[in-house]
Design a protein around this ligand. Structure first.
Ligand code: ZN
Length: 346
């Protein structure tokens, strides 16, 4: 056991060096009024066979994002270890307190784990769990696919995502992995991340990192589940963990992935005040700069007409607001543009 894993308070039953199929539960201490030595069990699977890369599959980092949980759980329950060459670590419900509460934030300490990385071994439950993921799980991985959706707060165009990495070779390797995953879109973020996400942690360790947004609006997106399951299968094929070629056909008859970009400075559109937001377009629709993105209705005022919010740029809607009622400062729409890297290709 490494010094980093010894520092974690979470017990891990998996021997990552062992061949074959292992399934069990992380045991995370959670002292409560009626259970001072209480623990929370987090499911984990490790399948290893022969030599090959290690692919880490994570779902349920946010509890109200279902497609990745479903796809990883099904694969973990059904995949024959003799079919693989290498290792697959699967955690379908990383943030299980949030998963079981159907919430984005942890019901234990109110934190968003995806803003807590690299975490703290002696911190609150969420920080402790983030520290475990970074210090114990990630050192084993060569490739990480972290499956998200936009939860209750939005809907999204079905997509993978990644950062506009400064290392050109790593960026190209990640772009190739995204193309192999085969979602309709791949979104490259330029200046969007704050460094405290799981993705940033993965990248700091030099691991190929892909995220996804494959649904939202608090329901299970049927095509999102299909793309999640197929994308995982495609990634395992791309890295040689299972045999075969990725399937890249799309439901609308097109082929392959459209690479896009979200730039912080002008992609996000925010509500100017509290109100009921009426969007004009669905995620995935093409929109023009200056067109109306939606109307903000201030129902409680008799003298406030609907407030039009317009697109700051042309592109394709990546995320659109979901819940109807929004607060001043909430993002109601994110527009992506075609991929054009800030850095020249090497
Ligand atoms: Zn998420």
């Amino acid at each position: 056991m490494s010094a980093a894993s010894a520092a974690s308070r979470i017990h891990c039953p998996i021997d990552f060096g062992r061949q074959g199929r292992q399934a069990g539960y992380l045991r995370a201490p959670h002292s409560r009024d009626n259970s001072g030595w209480g623990t929370i069990e987090i499911p984990i699977y490790c399948l290893a066979n022969g030599e090959g890369p290690t692919v880490l599959l994570t779902g349920g980092v946010h509890g109200d994002e279902y497609e990745g949980q479903i796809a990883i759980s099904r694969l973990a329950q059904t995949l024959d270890v003799d079919r693989i060459q290498g290792r697959i670590i699967m955690m379908p419900a990383v943030n299980i307190p949030a998963v079981l509460a159907d919430r984005r934030l942890s019901p234990i300490d109110g934190l968003d784990i995806n803003r807590c990385f690299p975490g703290d071994a002696r911190g609150t439950f969420t920080r402790m769990l983030a520290h475990f993921m970074d210090s114990v799980v990630l050192p084993h991985a060569d490739v990480s696919v972290d499956l998200h959706t936009t939860g209750h707060s939005a809907d999204c165009a079905l997509s993978t995502n990644m950062h506009d990495l400064p290392d050109a070779a790593m960026r190209d390797k990640t772009l190739a992995a995204a193309a192999a995953f085969g979602a309709p879109y791949n979104v490259v973020f330029a200046g969007v991340d704050e460094g405290a996400t799981f993705t940033s942690c993965v990248e700091r360790r030099g691991i190929v990192s892909l995220g996804t947004e494959l649904g939202g609006w608090g329901r299970v997106n049927i095509e999102g589940v299909r793309i999640a399951a197929r994308g995982i299968d495609n990634i395992l094929k791309h890295f040689g963990v299972i045999e075969g070629e990725p399937d890249l056909a799309q439901a609308d008859g097109t082929f392959g992935t459209r690479h896009m970009m979200v730039r912080e400075r002008d992609a996000f559109h925010f509500a100017p005040r509290d109100g009921l937001f009426e969007p004009t377009h669905y995620a995935g629709e093409t929109v023009e700069e200056g067109a109306v993105a939606g109307y903000l209705h201030v129902i409680e005022d008799v003298d406030t007409p609907p407030i039009a919010i317009t697109y700051a740029r042309s592109g394709v809607i990546w995320c659109g607001a979901g819940p109807g009622r929004v607060r001043r400062g909430d993002a109601v729409c994110v527009v992506m543009e075609d991929f054009a890297p800030d850095r020249p290709a090497h």
